[in-house]
Write a protein that binds this ligand. Structure first.
Ligand SMILES: NC(=O)c1ccc[n+]([C@@H]2O[C@H](COP(=O)([O-])OP(=O)(O)OC[C@H]3O[C@@H](n4cnc5c(N)ncnc54)[C@H](OP(=O)(O)O)[C@@H]3O)[C@@H](O)[C@H]2O)c1
Length: 300
C-alpha cells in the first residue's frame, strides 16, 4: 500500500517509515519543508495557509497523521499553545477537506493522540479507552485532535487513534531528559515519585501503527503504552540500574520543576496508569512488554 505519513520526519515517523519499507509498502511524507530521499517521496504543506500538495493525498491508500509541535519543548506560552493545537487540529481539518475532495476512497486514516487525553492526574485508576477525557490543557488538545480525526468516519473511512505514552528514546523526549542527571550519578525521583510513567518502546509504538494499518477490522481509539506499570521513581531507578549508576539523591521538589517549566511541569509531576489491554486483546504482541529489557535495548 501507499502510506502517507504527516510529520514522518520525527522520532516515530522515521522508524515507522523503515518498518513499512521493510514490509514492502511504499511511503511518502508530508512535511513543512521539501527534502530529498531515494527511499520515500516528500510532499509539502502549509497548515496556516491551508495549502497542501494535492498529489500527496491522491496517491495515498492510508494516511498516518503524526505531525505536531513538540509538547515537551519550549514553555507553554499562548503562542506555543496555539502552535501545539494548530499543528495537530488545523492540519487534521486540512487533511479531511483535502481527502473529501481528492481521495474519498482512502482506505484508512490513523492519527496519533496522547495519554494526556485522560488528564494529567495521579490516581489509583487504570485508564481505559472507554474513559472520558480530562479537563486540562493537554486533555482538551487531545480531545480536539481526536475529533478532527473522527471526521473521517463521517465519509466512511476507517479511522483509528493511538493514545501514545512516553516513547523511549535516548536522544529525544522524556527519557533523554532524565538521562543527564542519572548519567552524572545524581538521578532522583521527581517530587513524590508516585506519578505513573506510562511508556512504550519505539519498536512497539511503530508496531502498533503497522498493526492498525494492516488490520482492516480495527478502528477507534487504542492506548499505545506497554502493559507493565511503573511510577516515576521505579522508572528512573530502573534507568539508573541499567546504566550501572547510583540512585539515592533526594527527590526534585515540585516547586523547582514548576519554577523551571511553568504550567508544563504537570507532564513530569502527574500521571496515572493506562491500560494496554485493548490492543493486546485485538491481537497485538508486544516485543518489549517489560521496562528493564526495553531500556536495555534503548540505551544499548
Ligand atoms: N514521542 C512521544 O513520546 C510521544 C508521546 C505522545 C504523543 N506523541 C505524538 O506522536 C506524534 C509523533 O511523535 P514524534 O515523537 O515522532 O514527534 P516529533 O519527533 O516531535 O516529530 C513530529 C513531526 O511533526 C512535524 N511538526 C513539528 N512541529 C510542527 C508544526 N508546528 N506544524 C506542523 N508540523 C510540525 C515535524 O515534521 P516536519 O518538520 O517534517 O514538518 C516533526 O518531525 C506527535 O503528534 C506527538 O505529539 C509522541
Amino acid at each position: 500500500m501507499n502510506i502517507l505519513i504527516t510529520g514522518g520526519t520525527g522520532l516515530i515517523g522515521k522508524k515507522l517509515t523503515e518498518m513499512l519499507l521493510e514490509k514492502g509498502h511504499s511511503v511518502s511524507i508530508l512535511s513543512r519543508s521539501k527534502k530529498k530521499s531515494d527511499k520515500v517521496q516528500f510532499y509539502t504543506w502549509n497548515i496556516a495557509k491551508q495549502e497542501i500538495e494535492e498529489e500527496a493525498i491522491k496517491q495515498a491508500d492510508v494516511i498516518v497523521h503524526l505531525a505536531g509541535a513538540n509538547v515537551g519543548e519550549g514553555r507553554w506560552t499562548d503562542k506555543r499553545k496555539k502552535e501545539i493545537i494548530d499543528s495537530r487540529i488545523s492540519s487534521g481539518n486540512l487533511l479531511f477537506e483535502s481527502v473529501k475532495k481528492h481521495n474519498p476512497s482512502l482506505k484508512a486514516f490513523i492519527s496519533s493522540s496522547a495519554i494526556g487525553y485522560y488528564g494529567m492526574v495521579t490516581t489509583d485508576k487504570i485508564f481505559e479507552e472507554s474513559d472520558s477525557s480530562g479537563n486540562d490543557f493537554l486533555a482538551k488538545v487531545c480531545e480536539e485532535w481526536e475529533d478532527s480525526a473522527l471526521q473521517f468516519n463521517s465519509i466512511n473511512i476507517r479511522t483509528a487513534i493511538v493514545r501514545t505514552g512516553v516513547v523511549l528514546d535516548k536522544n529525544e523526549g522524556a527519557l533523554a531528559k532524565l538521562l543527564t542527571p542519572i548519567k552524572l550519578g545524581v538521578g532522583s525521583a521527581l517530587d513524590s515519585g508516585k506519578q505513573a510513567m506510562p511508556w512504550i518502546h519505539l519498536d512497539d509504538i511503530c508496531g502498533i501503527y503497522l498493526y492498525l494499518i494492516e488490520n482492516e477490522s480495527l478502528s477507534g481509539a487504542f492506548n499505545g503504552v506497554a502493559p507493565s506499570h511503573e511510577n516515576n521513581k521505579e522508572f528512573s531507578k530502573t534507568v539508573a540500574e541499567v546504566l550501572g549508576k547510583p540512585f539515592w539523591f533526594p527527590s526534585v521538589p515540585a516547586f523547582a520543576l514548576k519554577l523551571l517549566m511553568g504550567e508544563q511541569a504537570v507532564i513530569a509531576l502527574e500521571g496515572s496508569r493506562i491500560s494496554a489491554n485493548k490492543i493486546i486483546e485485538s491481537g497485538y504482541n508486544f516485543k518489549f512488554p517489560e521496562l528493564k529489557k526495553a531500556l536495555t535495548d534503548t540505551l544499548d
